[in-house]
Design a protein around this ligand. Structure first.
Ligand SMILES: NC(=O)c1ccc[n+]([C@@H]2O[C@H](COP(=O)([O-])OP(=O)(O)OC[C@H]3O[C@@H](n4cnc5c(N)ncnc54)[C@H](OP(=O)(O)O)[C@@H]3O)[C@@H](O)[C@H]2O)c1
Length: 192
């Protein structure tokens, strides 16, 4: 299938005559989910973002550069183009979907299998993919924007019995940035 050929080219897999096949039992050991959500868990509206926080975009770039970034087809289409210096993996049910600079796949499991050689792949949204990815994630890098927004896409509720906050950095309002926000890292609580 066409998207499998594309996968091979972009991931620079070993040259092999076989098609790439996802291993359904594969579990990546270090998956990070990165998102920015308001106090009411708003993520976006009309397939766009709700705010512009330059430091948040910088942090996103610093954390994700050099890694695989996994996203839903709608989030990909909200971007001007594939994000540079990262392996852009796009999840869609459309087997014919193609765009420059991306690898397509048809499930989150397949996306994580494609990213298995990356020590830290990132799930970058949107709402549908975050919801499905919470069980696969080990770390959440959340930017909490301290305001309420009307939205059509929301981040899942973070269950404190599953996720432990391990780091935060607060950013109050300033002349340049009318929104206060906090970078927060959560780690999944280990279960025995
Ligand atoms: N604030 C943030 O941090 C942040 C980050 C990212 C995105 N966003 C925002 O989130 C919004 C987009 O999120 P969204 O929830 O509407 O869409 P999304 O999660 O980006 O993409 C949804 C699409 O992914 C594909 N998909 C979902 N589950 C699948 C599955 N199990 N198997 C195969 N394909 C699957 C489908 O594509 P097909 O329809 O092609 O089959 C589906 O329509 C936008 O407003 C964007 O700006 C915000």
């Amino acid at each position: 299938m066409e998207h499998h050929r594309l996968n091979k080219t972009l991931l620079e897999e070993e040259e092999t005559p076989q098609e790439a096949v996802a291993n359904p039992d594969y579990e990546h050991p270090n998956v990070t989910l990165i998102a920015a959500a308001s106090e009411n868990d708003a993520l976006g509206k009309d397939n766009g973002l709700l705010w512009h926080i330059r430091e948040d975009l910088q942090r996103f770039k610093e954390l994700t550069c050099g890694h695989a970034i996994i996203m839903g087809r709608k989030t990909f289409e909200s971007l001007p183009k594939a994000l540079p210096n990262r392996t852009n993996i796009v999840i869609t049910r459309n087997n014919d979907y193609q765009a420059t600079g991306i690898v397509c796949c048809s499930s989150l499991e397949e996306a994580l299998d494609l990213a298995k050689d990356d020590p830290q792949p990132f799930i970058i949204g949107g709402g549908q993919i975050y919801q499905q990815a919470m069980p696969f994630a080990h770390t959440l890098e959340l930017t909490r924007v301290h305001d309420h927004f009307e939205a059509d896409t929301f981040f899942p509720t973070i269950d404190p019995t599953i996720w432990q906050e391990v780091w935060r950095e607060t950013h109050p309002k300033s002349d340049n940035q009318p929104l206060a926000y906090t970078f927060i890292t959560y780690k999944k609580i280990a279960t025995s």
